[in-house]
Ligand binder design. Structure first.
Ligand SMILES: Cc1ncc(COP(=O)(O)O)c(C=O)c1O
Length: 394
C-alpha cells in the first residue's frame, strides 16, 4: 500500500458527522456570505490564538496583503522577509508596491536568522530622524516592517525580532500560515504565546493541507488592535462600512461561510491533531536518530513545534526521494528553489550564493509523510525505506 504525503480523506472520515452537520447548517440557513458562522469562527480563532480580534479572509495570501495594507505599507517602502518560504509571503509584499528585502534563514529552525537581520539593518539602513523611519542607504526607501515566517510548524525566534522592531520603529507581521497552535516563550518559564499573537498582526492560511485546513481556500488575520481589525473587516468586504457606505475601496477577500462552518467543526480537534503530529515526530526521531547522514527537525528551546511538515535534510536528496517513491512512499520538497533565485524575482538583483543557508536547504530538504492519521507502522516503514535508500547510495 502506498503511503501518501498527506491523506485528507482519512481525516474527514474520522469527523464526517460533524462536517456534514456544519455543511447542512449553512445550506439550511441560506446564508453563504458572511453571517453567523464567519462571525463565530472569527471569535473562536481569536480566542484560540489568545488575541482580541480575528478577521477571516479568502486565503493566506489575502491575509498577508491586507495586514501590510493596514500598516500603510506601499510604494517607497521596504519589507524584510526570508527567501525560503512559499512565494505568497513575498508576492503580497510586492502587491502593496513595497520592495521585498531578503535575510537568510538559520539552519536549525529554518526561520529568519536574527543575527543576520540585525547585521543587515545596521549595515544597510540609517535612521532618518525627520520621517521617523530607517532608510536604505542605497535605495532611499523606508524600511517599514519585518515578516518572519514560522516555517514547517515552528516559530521564528520572536523575542529578538520584536526587540529590533521596537528599537527601529518597525512593524512585525507574522506569517503563521504553517504554524497553527505553535508556541513561543519569551522566558524559559514564562507563559507561552501562540503563533500570530506576538507581532502587530498575524496571518494564517487554512489551505486544506494546513494543520487546520478548510475544504477549499480560507485564511485569517489576527491582531490586538481594534482599529486595524475594524478596517480589515471593511477591506475584506469591498470597503463596506454598512449596506451602502464604502469608506474606501476594498477587496472581495471574504472568508467563505461554508469554509468558516467547516473550520469551526475542525477547530475543536486542532490541539489533539497537533499533539498527534508531535508524537509521530518523536517516533520518527526514535527510528532515525542514529542515521548519521541526515539532519532531523529540531524543536527550538523557545517554543513548541506543531510539525506542519516533517522535514529532514539528506545528501543526494533527489535520488533518495526517487527511491522512496519506488517503495510507495510519497514525499515532497518545500522549497527546491529559494525565492531570490526564482525568475519572478530576477529584477531584485540577487545572485546564487547570496543566501547560502536557504540555498543549501533548497538542495537537501525532504518532507516525509506526516499527518495525524498516519499510523505508527507507516512511520516504521518509511524509516526502513529511508535507511535502505541511504545504504544503496553508499
Ligand atoms: C508560509 C506561507 N505563507 C503564505 C501562504 C499563502 O496561503 P494561501 O495558500 O492560503 O494563500 C502559505 C500557503 O501555502 C504559506 O505556506
Amino acid at each position: 500500500m502506498p503511503i501518501p504525503l498527506i491523506d485528507l480523506r482519512r481525516q474527514h472520515r474520522s469527523i464526517r458527522k460533524r462536517l456534514q452537520s456544519a455543511i447542512k447548517r449553512v445550506l439550511k440557513s441560506g446564508q453563504f456570505v458572511l453571517g453567523e458562522d464567519v462571525a463565530r469562527f472569527e471569535r473562536e480563532w481569536a480566542a484560540y490564538c489568545g488575541v482580541a480580534h480575528a478577521v477571516g479572509t479568502g486565503s493566506g495570501a489575502a491575509a498577508l496583503h491586507l495586514a501590510l495594507l493596514v500598516l500603510d505599507i506601499g510604494p517607497g517602502d521596504e519589507v524584510i522577509t526570508v527567501p525560503f518560504t512559499f512565494i505568497a509571503t513575498v508576492s503580497e509584499i510586492t502587491r502593496t508596491g513595497a520592495r521585498p528585502v531578503f535575510v537568510d534563514i538559520e539552519p536549525r529552525s529554518y526561520t529568519l536568522d536574527v543575527e543576520k537581520l540585525a547585521e543587515k539593518i545596521e549595515r544597510e539602513y540609517v535612521f532618518h530622524e525627520r520621517i521617523g523611519y530607517l532608510v536604505n542607504r542605497t535605495t532611499w526607501r523606508r524600511l517599514k516592517a519585518i515578516v518572519p515566517v514560522h516555517l514547517y510548524g515552528q516559530m521564528a525566534d520572536m523575542r529578538p525580532i520584536l526587540e529590533l522592531a521596537r528599537r527601529y520603529h518597525l512593524r512585525v507581521v507574522e506569517d503563521a500560515a504553517q504554524a497553527h497552535g505553535a508556541e513561543y516563550r519569551m522566558e524559559p518559564e514564562a507563559r507561552p504565546f501562540k503563533a500570530g499573537s506576538l507581532g502587530d498582526l498575524g496571518c494564517f492560511s487554512f489551505y486544506p493541507t494546513k494543520n487546520l485546513g478548510a475544504c477549499g481556500e480560507a485564511g485569517a488575520i489576527v491582531t490586538q488592535n481594534a482599529a486595524w481589525a475594524e478596517r480589515l473587516r471593511r477591506l475584506v468586504n469591498n470597503g463596506r462600512a454598512d449596506a451602502h457606505q464604502h469608506l474606501e475601496e476594498g477587496f472581495n477577500y471574504r472568508l467563505d461561510t461554508l469554509q468558516a462552518a467547516i473550520l469551526r467543526a475542525k477547530l475543536r480537534y486542532l490541539d489533539r491533531w497537533n499533539e498527534r503530529r508531535r508524537e509521530l515526530a518523536a517516533l520518527y526521531r526514535e527510528k532515525l536518530a542514529d542515521v548519521e547522514e541526515i539532519v532531523l527537525p529540531e524543536e527550538m528551546p523557545y517554543g513548541r513545534h506543531v510539525y506542519h511538515r516533517y522535514v529532514i535534510r539528506v545528501p543526494d536528496r533527489d535520488r533518495v526521494r526517487r527511491q522512496l517513491g519506488e517503495a510507495g512512499i510519497e514525499t515532497a520538497v518545500t522549497y527546491p528553489v529559494p525565492l531570490h533565485l526564482q525568475p519572478a524575482y530576477r529584477h531584485l538583483g540577487y545572485r546564487p550564493g547570496d543566501f547560502p543557508v536557504a540555498e543549501a536547504c533548497a538542495r537537501t530538504v525532504l518532507c516525509l509523510p506526516l499527518y495525524p492519521e498516519l499510523r505508527e507502522k507507516d512511520v516504521a516503514r518509511i524509516a526502513r525505506a529511508l535507511r535502505a535508500a541511504l545504504r544503496s547510495g553508499r
